[in-house]
Ligand binder design. Sequence first.
Ligand SMILES: C[S@@+](CC[C@H](N)C(=O)[O-])C[C@H]1O[C@@H](n2cnc3c(N)ncnc32)[C@H](O)[C@@H]1O
Length: 238
Amino acid sequence: MQPSSHPGDPGPLARPTTVDLLVRVYCWLSDQVYRHFAGVFDLLTRLLTAGRFPRWRRIARDYLPTDQVLDLACGTGQLLREWPADSRRLVGIDLSPGMAAVFRQRARGGRHSAVMVLASAERLPFRDRSFKAAVATFPTRFLSDPIVLREAARVLRTDGERSGRLVVVGLHLVARQALLQKALSALYGAPSADLRARFARQVEAAGLIFQVVEQPGETIQPALYLATLPEADHHDAL
Ligand SMILES: C[S@@+](CC[C@H](N)C(=O)[O-])C[C@H]1O[C@@H](n2cnc3c(N)ncnc32)[C@H](O)[C@@H]1O
């Protein structure tokens, strides 16, 4: 979970502030964990969020179908393992070989059907319209790349009454208390309303419909966004 995981623009060419530098160090450390210490990722995220991380990630489940789901940057595959064992076509992609190794090690011998493909979200190795839904939990900066959102839109299809959708959990955190929210804004370099507006524009530029899902309040919680295929695709698919 990176503080700069917001859909960040390159930002002004000013001298970096202390917060910028701290964020860079944090991002670098996170990358080291994904690459070299993936085995401790789940434990670390639990510790950093006082045990909330699995529950926060699980918020996505209520907005996803029971099969044909693509997890973008699936990490160790914790989310996909929560689907029923007989679910069909649960696929995770991630570009970290370390995360892939942990995913496959945990899947070995298990009865779960989820598979993991080592790939970048910028270039999904799947045909057009091959999934009912996609999900990205605690995505890092890759999700702000317009190519990634276009790729996600490409592989989604509408199935029956339900429009194909990308569910995004934890692009940034939102706090109820003003002081905490201020601290988060400093960390992310922008207030959460700005981060949301920026992401909304990026989603719309990819031809998807942006929607915020408000959640009943904890002191601090991950933002939940839906990016859905428009009606035209819906009718195409019927
Ligand atoms: C904070 S972790 C989140 C993992 C998982 N979604 C979860 O909730 O536990 C971010 C993940 O994004 C992956 N990642 C970063 N850039 C990526 C990209 N361009 N394509 C695919 N995966 C990427 C990293 O390897 C890492 O596993």
